[in-house]
Design a protein around this ligand. Structure first.
Ligand code: MG
Length: 160
């Protein structure tokens, strides 16, 4: 059986924070604010995977009130989500992400992100598509107040 899920996330851009996107640290004057490392791309992907499996959302599994997740590397969350799905017999078909950011340029970092995400999900990089867009200076991403990310994921149950 095939199942599909979607995810969306936003984090605020602030000074004095590292910028982590798709499991990659990017040099920039601003970073994303959050309880975890605020990797907005991984969070959207986790929600797409959980949604595909009808297993609630990232905040349900990893509440931002829990000190265990303070400053956590979001790759750990993605690995845990992958484990939760595997427990239910689900395997990733493919996923597709869109990161919306005015700055910095995301495109040069995409191959490294694909590699990181594929590693966390124990899949091939050919199953992980990542795209980037600006929002033409419009809205909160255009004003560089934050970065948003969308993700869809297709999963299936492996015949046993
Ligand atoms: Mg988030």
């Amino acid at each position: 059986m095939f199942r599909i899920g979607m995810g969306y996330d936003v984090h605020r851009l602030v000074e004095d924070r590292e910028l982590w996107l798709g499991g990659v640290k990017i040099e920039h004057t601003l970073g994303l604010l959050g309880h975890s490392d605020a990797d907005v791309a991984i969070h959207a992907l986790c929600d797409a995977l959980l949604g595909a499996a009808n297993m609630r959302d990232i905040g349900y599994h990893f509440p931002d009130t829990d000190p265990r997740y303070k400053g956590i590397d979001s790759r750990k969350l993605l690995r845990e989500v992958t484990r939760l799905l595997a427990e239910q017999g689900y395997v990733l078909g493919n996923c597709d992400l869109t990161i919306c950011a005015e700055r910095p340029k995301i495109n040069p970092h995409i191959p490294a992100m694909q590699e990181q995400l594929a590693q966390c999900m124990n899949c091939d990089i050919s199953q992980v598509s990542i795209k980037a867009t600006t929002t033409e200076r419009l809205g909160f991403t255009g004003r560089e107040e934050g970065i948003s990310a969308y993700a869809v994921a297709l999963i299936y149950c492996e015949p046993r």
